[in-house]
Design a protein around this ligand. Structure first.
Ligand SMILES: NC(=O)c1ccc[n+]([C@@H]2O[C@H](COP(=O)([O-])OP(=O)(O)OC[C@H]3O[C@@H](n4cnc5c(N)ncnc54)[C@H](OP(=O)(O)O)[C@@H]3O)[C@@H](O)[C@H]2O)c1
Length: 207
């Protein structure tokens, strides 16, 4: 069992949060609107708590579930309150018309977030290659993740497994750029080859 805090109260927090509760994890939800956080906590289950935005989250793992444009400002606002935490960055970093990434070559959203968190915190990229509404359907999906700290990755991997999902380690945090590019690829597939958003990307192990 893991203890998880979500910052952000949108669709991804609802989808991952519901599976986290089912998987027996301790869950806290945090948003800039305290009443909305309380409502979401109640909707997710009796034992889910609502935290206070900007103060030390209860969870050892903090899922940053805000749009990428808000991610660095939010962690900067938290400052030392995130010391020692494992921070999961789930953001997609494509631009408004999903034709490219907003981050410059040679970096990624996750790496920019890692520069903004306390030195004792560890950023792991995960979940950006799964659609929230597909996660909410309860299928056993693949969740690709990347990060530099082995212990942080092990705890994220165990958390992903607790959701009934298969964790797949894609490498160091420099790989986050390619996971974010995969988010862009999924938008292209949705608009072209697949023709909709009800799909998932996974890894096949033939033989
Ligand atoms: N939707 C998907 O299928 C999907 C899939 C993979 C990855 N992602 C990524 O997951 C993240 C969350 O997506 P979502 O679909 O859950 O988004 P969403 O439904 O739009 O919710 C975003 C949440 O972020 C909060 N927020 C935004 N700016 C904030 C700030 N400055 N301070 C505090 N809270 C702030 C919003 O707060 P308010 O409630 O107060 O407005 C809202 O609760 C995004 O980075 C997205 O790229 C989404």
């Amino acid at each position: 069992m893991s203890s998880i805090s979500f910052i952000g109260l949108g669709g991804m927090t609802r989808a991952i949060g519901a599976r986290a509760v089912e998987g027996g994890n301790a869950v806290e939800v945090i948003g800039r609107d305290a009443a909305k956080a309380k409502d979401l906590a109640t909707a997710l289950g009796d034992r889910v708590t609502a935290g206070t935005f900007g103060t030390v989250p209860a969870g050892d793992i903090v899922i940053l579930a805000v749009p990428y444009a808000s991610a660095v400002p939010v962690v900067a606002q938290y400052g030392d309150a995130l010391a020692g935490k494992v921070i999961i960055d789930i953001s997609n970093t494509f631009n408004a018309d999903a034709t490219g990434l907003v981050t410059p070559d040679g970096t990624s959203g996750a790496q920019e977030i890692a520069k903004a968190v306390p030195a004792s915190a560890h950023v792991v990229k995960a979940f950006n290659t799964v659609f929230g509404h597909v996660l909410a359907q309860g299928h056993p999906l693949d969740v690709l993740f990347a990060g530099d700290d082995a212990r942080a990755k092990a705890s994220v991997s165990a958390f992903i497994e607790s959701l009934g999902l298969r964790p797949l380690d894609a490498g160091g945090l420099e790989t986050a750029r390619w996971l974010e590019g995969t988010g862009l690829l999924m938008m292209g597939l949705a608009r072209h080859g697949v023709g909709g958003f009800n799909f998932t990307l996974g890894v096949n192990l033939p033989g």
